[in-house]
Ligand binder design. Sequence first.
Ligand code: SF4
Length: 253
Amino acid sequence: MTIPDFSYEFDRILLDRQAKEVAERTKRVLGRYYPSEIPACLRQTFYSYYNPKPKPAKTLRVFEAGDMAHEWVKKMLTALVEAKQIHGEIASLENERPFTIVVDQDEDISIEGRFDDFLMLSNDRERYLIDAKSQKSLYYTNEFKKEHAIQIMPYIYIKRPCKGLIAYVDRATYETKFLPQAPTEGIDYDKEIMNWIFTRTKLLHKYIVTHTMPPPEAKQVKDMNWMCNPAICPWRAECDAAEATKDKWIKPQ
Ligand code: SF4
């Protein structure tokens, strides 16, 4: 009997699951946005809304590794809580429940957080909101990424007072780095960032309701260039084509 091609079958399971999620995405309710969409390229989110597309199996496997990193951090924090090793005090760990933040009541725009994306660790004196992110290596990771601080801010806004921490996990070794590191106490609630999030959510909504394609933001902003990698952005070809068409109409000087 021939041994099944398990690697192929694993990918097929991931791709089938994704196909269902992509089909679900076409039923999205207008005006509801996820925290992870706020720091993303505006044009990419626009495409994901009107032209949801599957990601390659390679990218899905990386996402799976991200889920496993989350489970790893959760498992270790649970063990710490059980052993009362958080400053020797009784603490608790909870998965976050879904939430909604109203951005604009008249326009019916809101930000919705997904179930169990974050972990809340607390005792009588401390409250930490923890987001786990997997990485290929932690060698150069000494500061948290700006987009991760933006993603965690709506959760801090809901749960404040609390401190945000990003747990970066090396996918190969499970080494972790919790950032920001001591003596910094964690990411604080920042009203300015939250106002920026509100403004940006309204801007994104405006592009979507008016069917207006946003500028290719990630191509234009150096810090965002990595988002244009075709393994991350499945709309790279459309985006390049849209720019090429636009450039055709620019008259030579
Ligand atoms: S290719 Fe880059 S600029 Fe274009 S939609 Fe994707 S992330 Fe945005």
